[in-house]
Ligand binder design. Structure first.
Ligand code: P6P
Length: 336
């Protein structure tokens, strides 16, 4: 029985379009996919293997770490550190850049990731995911420092996420559109199931954590109020609202049926520019969304154009259906 296009076949065929491709990138992706399969297995077993619950520790974000945050971070490190494709790794769960151990060769790429995004949902069995971004090391085969990771999102070679939901999916872009793959556990392969994903330019669905309403900037408050006003309001149509508290699930819904996702700057903690992190949440998701015909902005500038200033820098995020994001951005501009 034909299994459809496997991810391995898809990546190799994609590689043929890249002049001078050596197979390094394909091998790196292959290791990354292995880590995602192992994480999917760990997440899927849940309480059966005692991985639920929180640790005493906090990560660099000051967030309580779940057991699975640490377990999945270790899986990403152990599966990707040995093959000689990377000059370093960075993760939401590690304060500093992870240096490739001296017993392994160095490579020409950088891998930065959130190993288990939305992990606060693990104990209540709501979808979580892994978000990753691949950059070129400025100096190949030399140990990378923090500065090497501080590249604008437009320099990403590849961006993707795994979604551990009712099925495990991998959504990937290498700059030539967005494709989705579903894990066939019996075969152990990701199979191409969502070719050339596109986000509708218009939508009637928005996602925001409405409990932060009193902290929002005026343009965001204006946009949401107009959505809530529905047919009788200035938008002349009713809107639906969603909030899963798992960015991967929100972005996947938007890729599948459109929508706009907002985690704006708010005054809850004025010292923070937003909640989401630029390098391993906003940038990879912005590349995916733009490659699928959507848009992604802070409200004031295109996220992919931003010059990162630190490894765990936070940014406001407004992404999704192009026309809707442009409406929110226009309200920020009107504010002056
Ligand atoms: P809140 C998960 O912790 C996360 O980083 C994103 O995946 C998600 O969109 C957001 O934070 C949820 O934040 O404040 O609603 O818990």
């Amino acid at each position: 029985m034909h299994t459809g296009t496997t991810l391995t076949q898809f990546i190799i065929e994609e590689q043929r379009h890249i002049a001078g491709a050596t197979g390094d990138f394909t091998a790196l992706l292959n290791d990354l996919v292995t880590a995602i399969k192992v994480i999917s297995n760990a997440v899927n077993k849940g309480a059966l293997v005692g991985t639920m619950g929180a640790l005493e520790s906090q990560n660099v974000q000051g967030e309580t770490q779940k057991k699975l945050d640490v377990i999945t971070n270790d899986i990403m490190i152990r599966t990707n550190e040995w093959a000689g494709h990377l000059a370093g790794m960075a993760s939401e769960e590690m304060d500093e850049v992870y240096p490739i151990p001296s017993r392994y060769p160095l490579g020409k790429y950088l891998l930065v990731f959130d190993p288990l995004d939305g992990s606060s949902n693990v104990d209540i069995n709501i979808s979580v995911g892994t978000i990753f971004s691949i950059l070129r090391a400025p100096v190949p085969n030399r140990a990378a420092g923090e500065k090497d990771f501080l590249q604008p999102g437009t320099r990403q070679v590849c961006a993707g996420y795994a979604l551990y939901g009712s099925s495990t999916m991998l959504v990937l872009t290498m700059g030539h559109g967005v494709n989705g793959f579903t894990l066939d556990r019996e075969v152990g392969e990701f199979i191409l199931t969502h070719r050339d994903m596109k986000i509708p330019a218009d939508t009637k669905e928005f996602a925001i954590n409405a409990s932060n309403r009193r902290f929002w900037e005026p343009p965001v408050a204006r946009y949401v109020e107009e959505c809530l006003a529905g047919k009788e309001g200035p938008r002349g149509k009713d809107f639906n609202m969603r909030w899963v508290a798992s960015m991967v699930a929100e972005v996947h819904r938007i890729l599948t049926r459109g929508g706009v996702f907002m985690y704006p700057r708010d005054t809850k903690d004025p010292s923070k520019a937003g909640k989401l992190r630029l390098l391993y949440e906003a940038n990879p998701m912005s590349m995916i969304v733009e490659q699928a015909g959507g848009a992604s902005s802070t409200g004031y500038e295109r996220i992919l154009d931003m010059q990162p200033e630190s490894l765990h820098q936070r940014v406001p995020v407004i992404l999704g259906s192009k026309n809707e994001v442009e409406t929110v951005v226009s309200y920020h501009r009107a504010e002056g």
